[in-house]
Unconditional design. Sequence first.
Length: 528
Amino acid sequence: MTDLITTNPNPFFPCNYYDDKEDNYKYDRMIEEELYKFLSSVIDEYKPDIIIVVERKATALFRALKELKLINKQWSQLISSAVLEEIDESKIVNSNILIFDDMMRTGEHLSDVLKQLHNNFSIQPEQLMIAVFAIHQISNLSISCDGFEYPITKWYYKNLDDYSYSLVRNRIISLLERTGSLLLDTEHIEIRLKPKYDFTELIQALQISGKVISFNSQSNRKNITVLISERDENGTVVNKILNDHLYPDGIITENIVMKCRIIERPNGEIAILPICYPAVPCELNEKWEESIEIVEIFGNQLSNSNNSVFYAIGLLAAIDVLSWIIKILAGAGYISESEEELVLPSINDLDFPGSSYTLNHLRVMYPFLDIKSITNRINSCVLKARKKGNQAKSKISKVTPNVYANVDDSKLYRESFSLAQGILYKILNKKFDLYSDTLVKNPHPFGLRSSEIYSIAKEIGVTEQQEISCLFDLMIDSGLIITHVEKRYIDHNGDTKLYRVRTFEIDGEVVTQMLIDFTDQNGFPWKS
């Protein structure tokens, strides 16, 4: 096992965990080289037909390594563990399967994947190779599941104590931040800009579209969070952003995640990532997924019996948010109609199409997505939005911009850590209230909705909405929280129904224990 050295006595704290920036870069490059050696050797030896990547960090790692041109497996061969229930049996049954996870402590996430493969596809141990980059010392080198033993075939680090395990984890997160962001995974669409002006002018333009805040990542990349809403503080619709005709009746668009992230990329471009997740009824009154427009984009495999309809609606809603942002940027004069600030994705089946980029990474989370159709749709919507924005310059220029929240980076990082403490506290209390008298030991997933987390943020003294939204981004980028889709009862307009919603949970046992230890030593961050 390689010796791991850091100058910081607390490698967990999500801010400046290396004192020396040159060392930070050196360790990033070291972990990059180690991951490349590990994954390329495993893939070359096993030659898998399918690679199942576990949870968010593993998918983000694959994307980072592919963009660095270190891994050349096609996106169509990768499947996120989050969408296994959507996969057609014929794609998996007779395949050699590699399961890749970046970190393993108890093996709980891998066990969930193995159960799905065994129960849904009757996959046997001999069809699998399991590769884990770093393994904690409490882990066995095999996983028991439904009477079978599944060995961990390949690893790079094993027998790591808590300190070394957390350090490897932090270095992986640092690598992801240097290449872009942990959010640059395989779930979100993005387009890119070659900024003509500096970030100050970009922020001023974005203030017309929503509530804006900016921060620097731990790798010193500029980030902007734009919190967007169709409604004002009184609940009146003032900005019609989502095209209602696209969506099934009954979705909820209030108190949901609707935002845009702007992330500085290594090549001087910036990535625009729109995010929007309406709450989707578990029982739809119509066969929305069978409409011609939807089948053209997603194929005929969508089903509201799993999460595929939720993700499909979220993808379309994100395009609407993207159109809104581009329209405002054009109307504010940041994007002109004649110049080439916009760098749109190309339609290309190759994974390395020269200097352009594609949206092929979406196949990992959307297995039946037609890349050509979704790329055409995004590019068409963006160009139309740019044209509308340029035509509406006189009107948009008169809009009173939102107040920009100027908050020190170190304060934001401290608040994100405090908010993670609060989230864990609420989750543990909810689990105790719901399951203390049952045989359920550790329900998973078990997260909180964004509205619940906003309430927690106010308890720790953070009141500005865009600042709270930014804390979500910092917690995700720092590996403190992870996203899920869960079912929740919601009372909407006096009618209580079961919906699929976006939730947020503390990311794993190591982070959970770290937050508990920190809280035991320093107390809760409550202001009220």
